[in-house]
Write a protein that binds this ligand. Structure first.
Ligand SMILES: C[S@@+](CC[C@H](N)C(=O)[O-])C[C@H]1O[C@@H](n2cnc3c(N)ncnc32)[C@H](O)[C@@H]1O
Length: 411
C-alpha cells in the first residue's frame, strides 16, 4: 500500500475515538473523487476527539468504508488536517446506514442462532419483528444524516461524492447524544440541572459591567448553552468547537431549520441494551425544541490555537469541558489569558479525564492550579451537582456525574 495512504489511514484512526493519541505533524493525502479547493501549504494541527460523556461509552469504532476509493482513482490530493477532519465527519454522517445495518445484522445473526424450537417463543414476545422495524428507522435516520453531509460538502467546498475511506462512527453517535441533550424536550431535565447555576453566576458576576459583555463558551458541543446565554442581548457570545461532527450538524441545524420540532431521529435503534420496553429502542427524538436564533459566533477549531488576541472576554464558561484537555495547564492558562483583568470563569463539569490526559487532577488540585495560574477562586461558590449526559429517558442505565461547579476571577 502506498505510504501516503498508510499515513491517511493511521491519521484517521487517531482522529477517531482513539484520537486522544494525536499526530503532531506532517502533510496528509487522500483520494478524492472530485475537485476540492486545496491549500498550498498543508498544516496538520492537533485534531483531538471528544471523550463522550454519554452513558453508552463510545466504542471508538473506526472502520474502513468499502468501495470508496475507486480502482482507477484520480490523482491524490493533499488535504489539510482541517479538511480531513471535516471530510471524515461527512463520511460518518453519509455512511451511517451501512454501520446501522451492520449492527442490526449482527443482532439478527445472534437471534438466528436460537434453537429452532425456541423461535416461536421469541416471536411470541415480538422480538423477531424488531429487526425490520430497526432497519426502517435506520433508513429514516440516514436521510437526515445524509442531508447534513450534503450540506457540509456544499459549505466547505467539497464535491457531492467526496468521502474518506475511513468512517468514524462515533461522530454520529455523539451527535445523537448532543442533539438529545441540547435541543430536545427529553434533554430539558439535563439542561435544567446544569444551565441555571451557570446563568445565575454569569448574571451576578456581570452585573457590575456596563454595556455589552463578551462571553466565550469553548467546547460548545451543539451549542444550547451558548444560545441560552445569547438570549440576553447584553451578552455578545463567541463559542469554539473542535469536533467537526458537531460543527457540521450545528451548521445544518441553524441554517436548515424553519420550525421547531421539524426534525426527527431514532437515536437508539441500534441500542438494545438497557431498554425497559421494546419500544424504547425506537424512541424518537424531535428537535429543535426551540429555534437556535439567538446570535452566537462559532469559531471552528481548537480553543488553544484559534484565539491569538488576549484579554478579550469578560467571562468564559466551561461546561463539561476542562477534563477533555490533554494538558490542563494549557487549558487553564488559555482561559486566564483570554479573560480581561478581573474577568470571570465559570466551570461546571466532571473530572473524567482521558487516558490521553497528561495529568488527571482532583478538584482540589485543579483549583490549586487555577490559583497558581492567577485566578482567585470563589470557594463559597463551589459545590457538587449531580448531572447526567445525553441520557435516554427510561433507559435502565443511568450514569450520574458528580459535577464540580465553581467561579473564579482573573487577578
Ligand atoms: C464533553 S463535550 C461538552 C459539550 C458541551 N459543553 C456540553 O456540555 O454538552 C466537550 C466538547 O469540547 C470539545 N473540545 C475538546 N477539546 C477542544 C478544544 N481544544 N477546542 C475546542 N473544543 C474542544 C469537544 O469536541 C466536545 O464537543
Amino acid at each position: 500500500m502506498p505510504r501516503r495512504i498508510v499515513r491517511v489511514l493511521l491519521l484517521l484512526i487517531v482522529v477517531g475515538g482513539i484520537g486522544w493519541y494525536l499526530p503532531r505533524s506532517g502533510p496528509i493525502s487522500v483520494n478524492l473523487n472530485v475537485n476540492v479547493p486545496l491549500p498550498v501549504t498543508v498544516h496538520v494541527d492537533n485534531p483531538s476527539a471528544l471523550p463522550s460523556y454519554r452513558q453508552h461509552e463510545s466504542q471508538h469504532e473506526v472502520q474502513e468504508v468499502q468501495g470508496l476509493v475507486p480502482a482507477s482513482s484520480p490523482p491524490q490530493k493533499t488535504l489539510s488536517s482541517k479538511q480531513l477532519s471535516i471530510l471524515s465527519s461527512i463520511t460518518a454522517f453519509a455512511r451511517y446506514l451501512d454501520n446501522a445495518l451492520d449492527k442490526i445484522a449482527i443482532r439478527e445473526e445472534k437471534f438466528n442462532l436460537l434453537p429452532k424450537h425456541q423461535k416461536p417463543l421469541a416471536e411470541a414476545v415480538g422480538y423477531a419483528s424488531h429487526f425490520e422495524d430497526a432497519r426502517t428507522r435506520a433508513r429514516f435516520n440516514a436521510k437526515f444524516l445524509g442531508n447534513v453531509a450534503d450540506y457540509a460538502r456544499e459549505t466547505y467546498g467539497f464535491g457531492p461524492e467526496d468521502e474518506t475511506n475511513k468512517a468514524h462512527w462515533d461522530y454520529v453517535f455523539d451527535f445523537f447524544g448532543h442533539i438529545l441533550r441540547d435541543w430536545s424536550e427529553e434533554g430539558k431535565h439535563e439542561r435544567d440541572t446544569v444551565f441555571p447555576p451557570i446563568l445565575k453566576a454569569l448574571k451576578d458576576g456581570m452585573a457590575v459591567i456596563k454595556g455589552e459583555k463578551r462571553v466565550l463558551v469553548p467546547g460548545f458541543g451543539l451549542g444550547r448553552l451558548a444560545h441560552e446565554i445569547a438570549n440576553d442581548k447584553d451578552y455578545k457570545v463567541d463559542a469554539c468547537e473542535l469536533d467537526y461532527g458537531s460543527v457540521i450538524a450545528y451548521n445544518y441545524l441553524v441554517n436548515q431549520t424553519i420550525t421547531p420540532f421539524e426534525h426527527t431521529l431514532y437515536p437508539y435503534l441500534t441500542n438494545w441494551q438497557y431498554q425497559g420496553t421494546a419500544k424504547g429502542r425506537f424512541d424518537a427524538v424531535r428537535f429543535p425544541d426551540v429555534l437556535p436564533t439567538s446570535p452566537v459566533h462559532l469559531i471552528e477549531g481548537d480553543f488553544l490555537t484559534e484565539f491569538p488576541e488576549s484579554e478579550q472576554y469578560d467571562a468564559i464558561v466551561t461546561l463539561f469541558f476542562i477534563d477533555v484537555s490533554e494538558n490542563i495547564i494549557d487549558f487553564l492558562s488559555n482561559i486566564h489569558r483570554l479573560l480581561k483583568p478581573g474577568g470571570l470563569w465559570i466551570n461546571l463539569g466532571p473530572l473524567k479525564w482521558g487516558s490521553f490526559s497528561q495529568m488527571q487532577l482532583s478538584a482540589e488540585e485543579v483549583l490549586d492550579l487555577a490559583e497558581r495560574l492567577g485566578f482567585t477562586v470563589d470557594h463559597d461558590s463551589r459545590r457538587s451537582i449531580d448531572a447526567v449526559y445525553g441520557h435516554q429517558v427510561g433507559s435502565l442505565l443511568k450514569f450520574t456525574y458528580v459535577t464540580q461547579f465553581w467561579t473564579a476571577h482573573k487577578n
